[in-house]
Design a protein around this ligand. Structure first.
Ligand code: COA
Length: 178
């Protein structure tokens, strides 16, 4: 059984190992390189609007994804999704989808959040398929955004709009057709 939960400071060592495995063994899918951040710590703040989820199988960390809400006054309605990785031996088995569904469920509970954003290499069909299946739409394509061993690969920016939670009054209005 796959268990998904928010990572805690005590998970940092296993997180570092998995993320560095992603950056080194699957480097053609990422805009970051191991040299950019050799410590590779959990990048978020263990808060409701800044967290990293981990997927565990038999107590082993096999997948990760992070969300960071923007705290600038005019940008607080936005959050970035980043550092998504599922260990290759577990990929294609639904772990990525479970992780992202849980992240979106938690994002739905962040007051005032309207959009989640992410970037993905245009060559990464599996990730694009996953994001599209959960309601993300590409709104921009940056040509030659990332240099992977001399290949300049385009990057897509994708966004998903969250339905603001309508309170009881709104729901009543809806029923009355107001
Ligand atoms: C991309 C990644 C996170 C997806 O996780 P995963 O566990 O392999 O994906 P899942 O098995 O949950 O697949 C979920 C959905 O992705 C899509 N998908 C999966 N494989 C696909 C493929 N080969 N082509 C297109 N879409 C695909 C499907 O929509 C699938 O949903 P469905 O099975 O209900 O049809 C994972 O493969 C990974 O870590 N890849 C390397 C690193 C990476 O690309 N990270 C993302 C950087 S932006």
């Amino acid at each position: 059984m796959i268990i998904v939960r928010a990572l805690e400071p005590g998970d940092n060592a296993v997180y570092q190992r998995l993320w560095l495995q992603g950056l080194t063994e699957q480097s053609s899918f990422f805009r970051s390189a191991p040299e950019d951040d050799p410590a590779a710590n959990i990048p978020t703040r263990f808060a409701p609007d800044s967290f990293t989820l981990g997927a565990f199988f038999e107590r082993e960390l096999i997948g990760i994804v992070s969300l960071e809400r923007d705290h600038r006054v005019k940008l607080r309605h936005r959050a970035l999704i980043f550092r998504m990785f599922v260990r290759p031996s577990a990929a294609g088995g639904g772990v990525g989808k479970i992780l992202l569904q849980e992240l979106l469920r938690l994002a739905q509970g962040i007051a005032g959040l309207r959009y989640t954003y992410l970037t993905v290499l245009a060559s990464n069909q599996r990730a694009i398929g996953l994001y599209s299946s959960l309601g993300f739409e590409a709104f921009a394509r940056e040509p030659g955004a990332v240099n992977i061993d001399g290949n300049f690969v385009d990057e897509l920016q994708m966004a998903r709009q969250h339905t603001p939670d309508s309170g009881p009054i709104d729901k009543m209005k809806l029923r009355q057709g107001l």
